[in-house]
Write a protein that binds this ligand. Structure first.
Ligand code: AMP
Length: 185
């Protein structure tokens, strides 16, 4: 179904770095994902920053004519350069409210490369799924093997008996091309 048939587009919430990282492949991946979000009639939900991969992603969506929904806590407006020209721009009091508003407005959740903030956001939605609070799809988009160490850590956690093997079924590891193909479905 495309956006012409469906007046309320599906929303992809993307967690990703407020920095660019050292590998240019990450910025390119953010741009490609942004272009595909717009081209396939999805709406981007994200942290409303204009820095790092977050900014690259949002600008790519905007340049391709897509819809953007950003949520930023008031105290990060300066640090993360709140992007006020989004289709919808929401300022929250707290970090927790930001994550809640992003989650509530998402149909699918994805993580691109990022740092501790992205990991926090990913683990929150993953652990909510683990205790049965939601069944929204979670995509871990692995660019240039960036998330390999995280996957190894999760396997270790399972091997050592601190999580059920089913933890790995709660999210899907996708290449960028696989994620782009999912947006087309
Ligand atoms: P990072 O991956 O560390 O570059 O951060 C990506 C995004 O996650 C940024 O918008 C951060 O503001 C956000 N973030 C950082 N720490 C947290 C946290 N504890 N809870 C929620 N979001 C966070």
């Amino acid at each position: 179904m495309n956006s012409a048939q469906n007046p309320s587009p599906r929303s992809l919430c993307v967690f990703c770095g407020a920095r660019m990282g050292t590998n240019p492949a990450h910025e390119q991946a953010a741009r490609s994902l942004g272009q595909a979000i717009a081209a396939q009639g999805w709406r981007l939900v994200y942290g409303a920053g204009d820095v790092g991969l977050m900014g690259a992603l949002a600008r790519a969506v905007q340049e391709a004519g897509g819809a953007t929904f950003g949520v930023i806590p008031v105290h990060l407006m300066q640090m993360e350069v709140g992007k006020r020209d989004l289709s919808t721009f929401v300022v929250t009091e707290t970090m927790h409210e930001r994550k809640k508003v992003m989650f509530m407005n998402a149909d699918v959740i994805a993580m691109l490369p990022g740092g501790a903030g992205s990991l926090d956001e990913f683990f929150e939605v993953l652990t909510w799924a683990q205790i049965g609070l939601h069944r929204k799809p979670i995509w871990l988009i692995d660019v240039a093997g960036y998330w390999g160490p995280l996957l190894a850590l999760l396997d270790h956690v399972i091997d050592q008996g601190f999580a059920a093997a089913s933890l790995r079924d709660l999210f899907q590891v996708l290449t960028l091309d696989e994620a782009l193909a999912r947006l087309e479905k």
